[in-house]
Design a binder for this molecule. Structure first.
Ligand SMILES: [Zn+2]
Length: 325
Protein backbone atom coordinates (compact mmCIF):
# COMPACT_ATOMS: atom_id res chain seq x y z
CA UNK A 1 0.00 0.00 0.00
CA UNK A 2 1.49 3.39 -1.00
CA UNK A 3 2.36 5.88 1.72
CA UNK A 4 0.24 8.97 1.41
CA UNK A 5 1.31 12.20 3.07
CA UNK A 6 -1.66 13.61 4.98
CA UNK A 7 -1.06 17.29 4.11
CA UNK A 8 -0.36 17.03 0.40
CA UNK A 9 -3.30 17.37 -1.97
CA UNK A 10 -3.77 14.74 -4.63
CA UNK A 11 -2.71 15.97 -8.06
CA UNK A 12 -6.17 15.56 -9.53
CA UNK A 13 -7.66 17.65 -6.75
CA UNK A 14 -6.60 20.98 -8.24
CA UNK A 15 -9.54 23.24 -8.98
CA UNK A 16 -10.11 23.05 -12.73
CA UNK A 17 -10.78 26.76 -13.12
CA UNK A 18 -7.27 27.51 -11.88
CA UNK A 19 -5.26 24.62 -13.26
CA UNK A 20 -5.22 22.52 -16.40
CA UNK A 21 -3.51 19.19 -16.73
CA UNK A 22 -1.50 18.95 -19.93
CA UNK A 23 -2.45 15.82 -21.89
CA UNK A 24 0.98 15.88 -23.52
CA UNK A 25 3.26 15.83 -20.50
CA UNK A 26 0.84 15.53 -17.54
CA UNK A 27 2.17 18.75 -15.96
CA UNK A 28 -0.30 20.86 -14.02
CA UNK A 29 -0.40 24.26 -15.70
CA UNK A 30 -1.65 27.45 -14.12
CA UNK A 31 -4.43 28.77 -16.38
CA UNK A 32 -3.31 32.40 -16.25
CA UNK A 33 0.16 31.34 -17.29
CA UNK A 34 -1.30 29.18 -20.04
CA UNK A 35 -3.28 32.12 -21.41
CA UNK A 36 -0.08 34.13 -21.70
CA UNK A 37 1.44 31.46 -23.94
CA UNK A 38 -1.67 31.35 -26.22
CA UNK A 39 -2.68 28.14 -24.43
CA UNK A 40 0.41 26.23 -25.53
CA UNK A 41 2.13 24.07 -22.88
CA UNK A 42 5.52 25.64 -22.05
CA UNK A 43 6.95 22.19 -21.26
CA UNK A 44 5.96 20.05 -24.24
CA UNK A 45 4.39 22.54 -26.70
CA UNK A 46 1.02 20.81 -26.60
CA UNK A 47 -1.45 23.11 -28.35
CA UNK A 48 -4.69 23.30 -26.40
CA UNK A 49 -7.89 24.14 -28.23
CA UNK A 50 -8.83 27.79 -27.93
CA UNK A 51 -11.94 29.82 -28.49
CA UNK A 52 -12.54 31.81 -31.65
CA UNK A 53 -12.36 35.03 -29.63
CA UNK A 54 -8.96 34.20 -28.12
CA UNK A 55 -7.59 33.17 -31.49
CA UNK A 56 -8.72 36.33 -33.22
CA UNK A 57 -7.09 38.38 -30.47
CA UNK A 58 -3.60 37.11 -31.13
CA UNK A 59 -3.95 36.46 -34.86
CA UNK A 60 -4.86 39.94 -36.08
CA UNK A 61 -3.77 43.49 -35.29
CA UNK A 62 -5.09 44.59 -31.94
CA UNK A 63 -8.63 45.92 -32.10
CA UNK A 64 -8.80 45.59 -35.89
CA UNK A 65 -11.39 42.81 -36.09
CA UNK A 66 -14.83 43.99 -37.11
CA UNK A 67 -17.33 41.18 -36.92
CA UNK A 68 -20.03 40.80 -39.58
CA UNK A 69 -23.32 38.92 -39.42
CA UNK A 70 -23.10 38.30 -35.68
CA UNK A 71 -26.91 38.06 -35.67
CA UNK A 72 -27.07 34.89 -37.78
CA UNK A 73 -28.59 32.20 -35.57
CA UNK A 74 -29.29 28.52 -36.22
CA UNK A 75 -32.78 27.11 -36.72
CA UNK A 76 -34.06 23.67 -35.73
CA UNK A 77 -35.45 22.85 -39.15
CA UNK A 78 -35.84 19.12 -38.54
CA UNK A 79 -37.20 19.28 -34.97
CA UNK A 80 -34.24 17.10 -34.16
CA UNK A 81 -34.01 15.27 -30.85
CA UNK A 82 -31.22 12.89 -29.82
CA UNK A 83 -30.29 12.69 -26.14
CA UNK A 84 -31.42 16.32 -25.95
CA UNK A 85 -33.56 18.47 -28.20
CA UNK A 86 -31.44 20.48 -30.66
CA UNK A 87 -32.73 23.87 -29.41
CA UNK A 88 -31.64 22.91 -25.87
CA UNK A 89 -28.18 22.05 -27.15
CA UNK A 90 -28.01 25.35 -28.96
CA UNK A 91 -28.98 27.36 -25.89
CA UNK A 92 -26.43 25.51 -23.74
CA UNK A 93 -23.69 26.12 -26.31
CA UNK A 94 -24.67 29.76 -26.71
CA UNK A 95 -24.51 30.31 -22.96
CA UNK A 96 -21.17 28.51 -22.68
CA UNK A 97 -19.45 30.33 -25.54
CA UNK A 98 -21.26 33.65 -25.88
CA UNK A 99 -21.61 32.92 -29.62
CA UNK A 100 -24.74 32.35 -31.71
CA UNK A 101 -23.07 29.52 -33.64
CA UNK A 102 -19.71 27.85 -34.15
CA UNK A 103 -18.10 30.39 -36.48
CA UNK A 104 -17.25 34.08 -36.44
CA UNK A 105 -16.38 36.12 -39.52
CA UNK A 106 -15.40 39.67 -40.25
CA UNK A 107 -12.70 41.94 -41.58
CA UNK A 108 -9.41 42.58 -39.83
CA UNK A 109 -5.88 43.66 -40.56
CA UNK A 110 -2.68 41.65 -40.12
CA UNK A 111 0.31 43.98 -39.94
CA UNK A 112 -1.86 46.52 -41.71
CA UNK A 113 -3.05 44.25 -44.53
CA UNK A 114 -6.81 43.89 -44.73
CA UNK A 115 -8.18 40.34 -44.76
CA UNK A 116 -11.52 38.58 -44.66
CA UNK A 117 -11.32 36.21 -41.69
CA UNK A 118 -13.53 33.33 -40.57
CA UNK A 119 -12.70 31.46 -37.36
CA UNK A 120 -14.44 28.37 -36.03
CA UNK A 121 -14.98 27.60 -32.35
CA UNK A 122 -14.76 23.97 -31.22
CA UNK A 123 -16.46 24.85 -27.94
CA UNK A 124 -19.77 25.32 -29.77
CA UNK A 125 -21.14 21.78 -30.37
CA UNK A 126 -17.71 20.57 -31.46
CA UNK A 127 -17.34 23.33 -34.03
CA UNK A 128 -19.79 21.41 -36.18
CA UNK A 129 -20.86 22.95 -39.48
CA UNK A 130 -24.55 23.62 -39.84
CA UNK A 131 -26.30 26.16 -42.04
CA UNK A 132 -24.99 29.17 -40.13
CA UNK A 133 -21.34 28.07 -40.15
CA UNK A 134 -21.57 27.28 -43.86
CA UNK A 135 -23.18 30.64 -44.52
CA UNK A 136 -20.48 32.52 -42.60
CA UNK A 137 -17.71 30.74 -44.47
CA UNK A 138 -19.50 31.52 -47.72
CA UNK A 139 -20.00 35.18 -46.85
CA UNK A 140 -16.36 35.55 -45.79
CA UNK A 141 -15.36 34.16 -49.19
CA UNK A 142 -17.79 36.33 -51.12
CA UNK A 143 -16.64 39.43 -49.25
CA UNK A 144 -13.01 38.54 -49.99
CA UNK A 145 -13.85 38.37 -53.70
CA UNK A 146 -15.85 41.61 -53.63
CA UNK A 147 -13.14 43.55 -51.82
CA UNK A 148 -10.25 41.63 -53.38
CA UNK A 149 -8.61 40.97 -50.04
CA UNK A 150 -7.15 37.62 -48.95
CA UNK A 151 -9.44 35.07 -47.33
CA UNK A 152 -8.28 33.32 -44.15
CA UNK A 153 -10.29 30.49 -42.61
CA UNK A 154 -9.25 28.92 -39.31
CA UNK A 155 -10.89 25.50 -38.98
CA UNK A 156 -11.61 23.71 -35.73
CA UNK A 157 -14.40 21.27 -36.25
CA UNK A 158 -15.69 17.77 -35.76
CA UNK A 159 -17.44 17.97 -39.15
CA UNK A 160 -21.00 18.41 -40.32
CA UNK A 161 -23.71 19.02 -37.70
CA UNK A 162 -25.87 15.93 -37.62
CA UNK A 163 -28.76 17.79 -35.98
CA UNK A 164 -29.24 19.69 -39.24
CA UNK A 165 -29.11 16.58 -41.41
CA UNK A 166 -28.99 17.22 -45.13
CA UNK A 167 -28.93 20.99 -44.60
CA UNK A 168 -25.57 20.57 -42.95
CA UNK A 169 -24.27 18.30 -45.73
CA UNK A 170 -25.27 20.92 -48.28
CA UNK A 171 -22.80 23.31 -46.64
CA UNK A 172 -19.98 21.28 -48.19
CA UNK A 173 -21.28 22.12 -51.64
CA UNK A 174 -22.01 25.72 -50.78
CA UNK A 175 -18.64 26.48 -49.19
CA UNK A 176 -16.74 24.75 -51.97
CA UNK A 177 -18.60 26.67 -54.64
CA UNK A 178 -17.57 29.91 -52.94
CA UNK A 179 -13.95 28.74 -52.63
CA UNK A 180 -14.02 28.04 -56.37
CA UNK A 181 -15.18 31.61 -56.96
CA UNK A 182 -12.39 32.89 -54.72
CA UNK A 183 -9.88 30.94 -56.80
CA UNK A 184 -11.40 32.01 -60.10
CA UNK A 185 -11.11 35.64 -58.97
CA UNK A 186 -7.43 34.99 -58.12
CA UNK A 187 -7.97 36.09 -54.54
CA UNK A 188 -5.56 34.38 -52.11
CA UNK A 189 -6.98 31.86 -49.66
CA UNK A 190 -5.03 30.71 -46.62
CA UNK A 191 -6.46 27.78 -44.68
CA UNK A 192 -5.36 27.19 -41.09
CA UNK A 193 -6.16 23.73 -39.74
CA UNK A 194 -6.18 23.43 -35.97
CA UNK A 195 -6.98 20.54 -33.67
CA UNK A 196 -9.29 19.00 -34.80
CA UNK A 197 -10.14 19.52 -38.47
CA UNK A 198 -12.24 16.53 -39.40
CA UNK A 199 -15.32 15.24 -41.23
CA UNK A 200 -17.20 17.56 -43.54
CA UNK A 201 -14.91 20.53 -42.90
CA UNK A 202 -11.89 18.44 -43.86
CA UNK A 203 -13.85 17.19 -46.85
CA UNK A 204 -14.61 20.69 -48.11
CA UNK A 205 -12.96 24.09 -47.68
CA UNK A 206 -10.32 23.33 -45.04
CA UNK A 207 -7.83 21.50 -47.25
CA UNK A 208 -8.01 23.49 -50.47
CA UNK A 209 -6.25 26.73 -49.50
CA UNK A 210 -3.59 28.24 -51.72
CA UNK A 211 -1.51 27.67 -48.61
CA UNK A 212 -2.59 25.03 -46.10
CA UNK A 213 -1.19 25.67 -42.64
CA UNK A 214 -1.60 23.32 -39.69
CA UNK A 215 -0.84 23.68 -36.01
CA UNK A 216 1.57 21.12 -34.55
CA UNK A 217 0.07 17.68 -33.87
CA UNK A 218 -3.39 18.80 -34.98
CA UNK A 219 -5.83 15.97 -35.67
CA UNK A 220 -6.70 16.20 -39.36
CA UNK A 221 -8.84 13.52 -40.93
CA UNK A 222 -12.06 12.65 -42.65
CA UNK A 223 -13.15 9.63 -40.60
CA UNK A 224 -12.02 7.64 -37.57
CA UNK A 225 -9.45 4.83 -37.59
CA UNK A 226 -11.91 1.98 -37.87
CA UNK A 227 -13.86 3.50 -40.76
CA UNK A 228 -10.70 4.52 -42.63
CA UNK A 229 -9.04 1.12 -42.21
CA UNK A 230 -12.27 -0.68 -43.10
CA UNK A 231 -12.75 1.37 -46.26
CA UNK A 232 -9.39 0.58 -47.80
CA UNK A 233 -9.11 -2.86 -46.18
CA UNK A 234 -5.66 -2.43 -44.62
CA UNK A 235 -3.94 -1.18 -41.50
CA UNK A 236 -3.01 2.49 -41.57
CA UNK A 237 0.40 3.77 -40.42
CA UNK A 238 0.67 5.22 -36.91
CA UNK A 239 0.08 8.94 -36.64
CA UNK A 240 -1.45 9.16 -40.12
CA UNK A 241 -4.13 11.54 -38.87
CA UNK A 242 -1.75 14.12 -37.49
CA UNK A 243 -0.50 17.34 -39.07
CA UNK A 244 3.09 16.07 -39.29
CA UNK A 245 2.06 13.05 -41.37
CA UNK A 246 0.05 15.21 -43.77
CA UNK A 247 3.02 17.57 -43.99
CA UNK A 248 5.47 14.79 -44.82
CA UNK A 249 3.13 13.69 -47.63
CA UNK A 250 2.69 17.16 -49.10
CA UNK A 251 -0.90 17.61 -48.05
CA UNK A 252 -0.11 20.38 -45.59
CA UNK A 253 2.30 23.12 -46.68
CA UNK A 254 3.44 24.47 -43.34
CA UNK A 255 3.28 23.45 -39.71
CA UNK A 256 3.34 26.60 -37.66
CA UNK A 257 3.41 26.95 -33.88
CA UNK A 258 0.64 29.15 -32.56
CA UNK A 259 3.01 31.84 -31.32
CA UNK A 260 4.40 32.22 -34.85
CA UNK A 261 1.08 32.16 -36.69
CA UNK A 262 0.59 35.92 -36.92
CA UNK A 263 4.11 36.42 -38.26
CA UNK A 264 3.85 33.52 -40.69
CA UNK A 265 0.53 34.66 -42.15
CA UNK A 266 1.81 38.22 -42.38
CA UNK A 267 4.80 36.99 -44.41
CA UNK A 268 2.53 34.98 -46.70
CA UNK A 269 0.27 37.97 -47.23
CA UNK A 270 3.33 39.85 -48.46
CA UNK A 271 3.65 37.27 -51.25
CA UNK A 272 0.00 36.58 -51.96
CA UNK A 273 -1.73 39.61 -53.36
CA UNK A 274 -4.92 39.61 -55.39
CA UNK A 275 -4.03 41.14 -58.78
CA UNK A 276 -6.15 44.14 -59.74
CA UNK A 277 -8.99 43.43 -62.13
CA UNK A 278 -8.38 44.43 -65.73
CA UNK A 279 -11.48 46.61 -66.12
CA UNK A 280 -12.01 47.08 -62.38
CA UNK A 281 -15.73 47.02 -63.09
CA UNK A 282 -16.48 44.23 -60.67
CA UNK A 283 -14.50 46.00 -57.99
CA UNK A 284 -16.33 49.24 -58.56
CA UNK A 285 -19.69 47.58 -58.26
CA UNK A 286 -18.50 45.25 -55.53
CA UNK A 287 -19.28 47.69 -52.73
CA UNK A 288 -22.93 47.73 -53.60
CA UNK A 289 -23.50 44.11 -54.49
CA UNK A 290 -21.94 42.09 -51.70
CA UNK A 291 -22.38 39.85 -49.94
CA UNK A 292 -24.55 37.86 -52.24
CA UNK A 293 -25.15 34.79 -50.16
CA UNK A 294 -25.48 31.58 -52.07
CA UNK A 295 -29.08 31.13 -51.05
CA UNK A 296 -29.87 34.70 -52.00
CA UNK A 297 -28.33 34.19 -55.39
CA UNK A 298 -30.39 31.05 -55.91
CA UNK A 299 -33.70 32.33 -54.74
CA UNK A 300 -33.33 35.89 -55.97
CA UNK A 301 -34.50 37.21 -52.60
CA UNK A 302 -31.98 40.01 -52.69
CA UNK A 303 -33.84 42.34 -54.94
CA UNK A 304 -34.49 45.42 -52.85
CA UNK A 305 -31.54 45.56 -50.46
CA UNK A 306 -28.75 45.91 -52.95
CA UNK A 307 -26.90 48.41 -50.81
CA UNK A 308 -24.60 46.95 -48.20
CA UNK A 309 -25.99 49.00 -45.33
CA UNK A 310 -29.42 47.49 -45.12
CA UNK A 311 -28.56 43.87 -45.59
CA UNK A 312 -27.85 43.10 -41.91
CA UNK A 313 -31.34 42.49 -40.65
CA UNK A 314 -32.88 41.31 -43.90
CA UNK A 315 -30.57 38.39 -44.37
CA UNK A 316 -30.30 37.58 -40.71
CA UNK A 317 -31.98 34.22 -40.89
CA UNK A 318 -30.10 31.27 -42.31
CA UNK A 319 -31.43 29.16 -45.13
CA UNK A 320 -33.15 26.85 -42.68
CA UNK A 321 -35.67 29.53 -41.88
CA UNK A 322 -36.46 30.16 -45.52
CA UNK A 323 -36.89 26.50 -46.24
CA UNK A 324 -38.92 25.96 -43.13
CA UNK A 325 -41.42 28.64 -44.03
ZN1 LIG B 1 2.75 19.68 -21.74
Amino acid sequence: MPVRLPFRPRRDAYPSDLWTKCPGCAEMLFNKQLDKTYRVCPHCSHHFRISAKARIEFLVDQGSFKERDSNLAPVDVLNFVDLKAYPDRLVAAQLATGLRDAAVWGFATIDGRRVSLCVMDFGFIGGSMGAVVGEKVARAGEAAVAERVPLIIVSSSGGARMQEGTYSLMQLVKTMSVVERVKAARVPYISVMTDPTTGGVFASFAVVGDVNIAEPNALIRFAGDRVSAGTIGEELPPGYQRAEFWYSHGFVDRIVARAKLHEEISTLLGFLIAPPLAGATEQASGQTSWPRSFLSALTGTRTADSNGESRGSQTAQPRGEAQNG
